[in-house]
Write a protein that binds this ligand. Structure first.
Ligand code: GLN
Length: 433
C-alpha cells in the first residue's frame, strides 16, 4: 500500500529523496515468516518508517540534503535506527529536508523543495518537511525528524500531523549530523498519538555511545494513553499571553477554541506572562551559528564529500560566515557569552513558569505557511521559529498536534512541559484526537 502511494505521489510531493523497496520487501517477508513460525516479533513489526536524511542508516545516502554530502553513504546505523530495526520496523527511505536542517521551509534542499500534501502549493514547513509530508500523504506509518529550533514541530503544524521533540538527552543523538548539538533532538512524526507513543518507547533511553543522554526510566508511553477521556481532569494548562500576542488572528482563534474545549473537559487554565520572548530568537541564532560553524569544520573536502563553502546554499553559508565571525576571540564577551547568559535566563524563566502548571499550551507557529516560490528575507524566515526555539533553549519536551485549519491550511497547537515530563504531553495529544 505504501509503495503504491509513494510511487503515485512522491514525484510531485518529493517527501522522500531515496527509497529502497527491495530491502523493505525483504524485511517485511522476514517478519511475516517470523509470525508464521510463531516467533516473537518486535513492537514495530510491519510498521513502515521514513528517516530524515541527516540520520545515519546503513546503505542509504546521508546527505543532509546538501551537495556537500551528495555521495556520502551511511556505513552504520544511528542508535535510534538500530533500535527501530531491533523492534522490526521497516525503513523504506530517507526524507527531504532543508540543507543541514538550517531552515523552516524545506525549500533549501539540494534535491528541490517538498510540497505540502495538506495544502498543496505551500511549504510543508521545515526543516523536517519531508518526514511530515510523508506522514501527511500516507506514505509511511511513522517517521523520524530532528528538532534544533522547531524542525519537528513546525512541519508537523503546517502539514496537519503530530510531531514530538523529546527532552534534551531523552533520546540519543548518536549518528545524527549536528546542526547545533546543544539544541538538537531526534523525535517522531505520526498521524496519531499511539504512533508517537510507540516510537518514543522504542527510541528513548540512555545510550552509552552518546554522553548527553540521560539515564532515565523510559515510561511505557503506549500504556499511558489508554484513558484519554480522563487525561484532562485536573490538568493545569499555562497560557502565556505573549505567545498569542505574536500570532496571527485566525491562529489565535483556533487555539483559544481548543483551550476552551480542554477546560470543558476538566482542565484548569492559568494565565501566565513571559517577559523574555524577544530575547529568544537572537539568543537561539547566535548559539546556532557558532555551534554550526564548529560542526561544519569536518566538511573540508578531505574526508567527507566536497568542501562545504564551495558547494553549499546561501543560508548554510550565511551561518558558517556568521559563526566564524562571532567566534573570533575579540568578540567572545560581546556575542557568544552574552547569548549563553541569555539562554540561562530564558531556561530559568520558562522552567519557573512550569512550576505552577503541568504544561504550557499555545500556537506552534505564529503564521500560516507561505506559498512555494515566495522569496523571504532571512529575518522573515526566522520569524516562523519564535515559539518553537524556546523549548530547545530550555531543553524541555514539546510537541505539536493538529488543532484546526484556516481555509484548509492546517494549524498546530504546541504543548511544552518540564524536563522528562514527555509522557504528560503524549497523554494530552491522545486527548486531542
Ligand atoms: N528553523 C530553525 C533554524 O533554521 C530550526 C531548524 C531546526 O530545528 N533544525 O535553525
Amino acid at each position: 500500500t505504501f509503495i503504491k502511494q509513494i510511487e503515485e505521489h512522491n514525484p510531485n510531493i518529493r517527501a522522500f529523496v531515496e527509497l529502497n523497496y527491495d530491502e523493505a520487501r525483504k524485511r517485511a517477508n522476514e517478519i511475516d515468516d517470523k509470525i508464521k513460525n510463531g516467533q516473537k516479533v518486535g513492537k514495530l513489526a510491519g510498521m513502515v518508517v521514513g528517516i530524515k536524511s541527516n540520520i545515519n542508516v546503513e546503505d542509504f545516502h546521508i546527505t543532509a540534503a546538501s551537495r556537500t554530502l551528495e555521495n556520502y553513504q551511511g556505513s552504520y546505523d544511528a542508535t535510534v535506527v538500530s533500535r527501530i530495526k531491533a523492534e522490526d520496523g521497516i525503513i523504506i527511505g530517507m526524507t527531504n529536508m532543508d540543507e543541514f536542517a538550517a531552515g523552516s521551509s524545506t525549500e533549501t534542499s539540494f534535491f528541490g523543495h517538498t510540497d505540502n500534501p495538506a495544502a498543496p502549493g505551500r511549504i510543508p514547513g521545515g526543516s523536517s518537511g519531508g518526514s511530515a509530508a510523508a506522514i501527511a500523504a500516507g506514505m509511511c506509518d511513522l517517521a523520524l525528524g530532528s528538532d534544533t529550533g522547531g524542525s519537528i514541530r513546525n512541519p508537523a503544524s503546517h502539514c496537519g500531523v503530530m510531531g514530538f521533540k523529546p527532552t534534551y538527552g531523552a533520546v540519543s543523538r548518536q549518528g545524527l549530523l549536528d546542526l547545533a548539538m546543544s539544541f538538537d533532538q531526534i523525535g517522531p512524526f505520526s498521524r496519531d498519538a499511539s504512533g508517537i507513543a510507540l516510537m518514543l518507547e522504542v527510541i528513548a533511553g540512555e545510550d552509552r555511545r552518546e554522553c548527553t543522554t540521560i539515564d532515565w526510566n523510559v515510561p511505557e508511553f503506549t500504556s499511558s494513553i489508554t484513558d484519554p477521556e480522563n487525561a484532562l481532569k485536573g490538568m493545569k494548562l499555562g497560557v502565556v499571553k505573549e505567545f498569542f500576542d505574536v500570532s496571527d488572528g485566525p491562529i489565535v482563534n483556533i487555539i483559544e477554541d481548543r483551550i476552551n474545549q480542554m477546560q470543558e473537559a476538566g482542565a484548569e487554565v492559568v494565565e501566565l506572562s513571559f517577559d523574555y520572548l524577544k530575547l529568544c530568537l537572537p539568543t537561539y541564532y547566535l548559539i546556532n551559528y557558532v555551534e554550526f560553524f564548529s560542526a561544519t569544520r569536518k566538511y573540508d573536502g578531505r574526508k567527507y564529500g566536497e568542501r562545504i563553502e564551495e558547494v553549499c546554499g546561501e543560508e548554510v553559508l550565511r551561518r558558517i560566515q556568521m559563526g566564524s565571525y562571532i567566534s573570533q576571540k575579540e568578540f567572545s564577551g560581546k556575542y557568544y557569552n552574552k547569548a549563553l547568559q541569555a539562554r540561562s535566563l530564558i531556561r530559568k524563566e520558562i522552567t519557573g513558569l512550569l512550576k505552577d502548571v503541568d504544561v504550557l499550551v499555545g500556537p506552534t507557529v505564529p503564521k500560516l505557511p507561505h506559498k512555494l516560490g515566495t522569496s523571504l528575507e532571512p529575518m522573515e524566515m526566522y520569524a516562523y521559529d519564535i515559539l518553537t526555539v524556546i523549548a530547545n533553549l530550555a531543553g524541555i519536551p514539546a510537541a505539536s498536534t493538529p488543532a484546526g485549519d484556516v481555509n484548509g491550511i492546517p494549524v498546530g497547537m504546541q504543548f511544552q512541559a518540564k524536563p522528562l515530563d514527555d509522557e504528560k504531553i503524549v497523554q494530552l495529544m491522545a486527548a486531542q484526537e
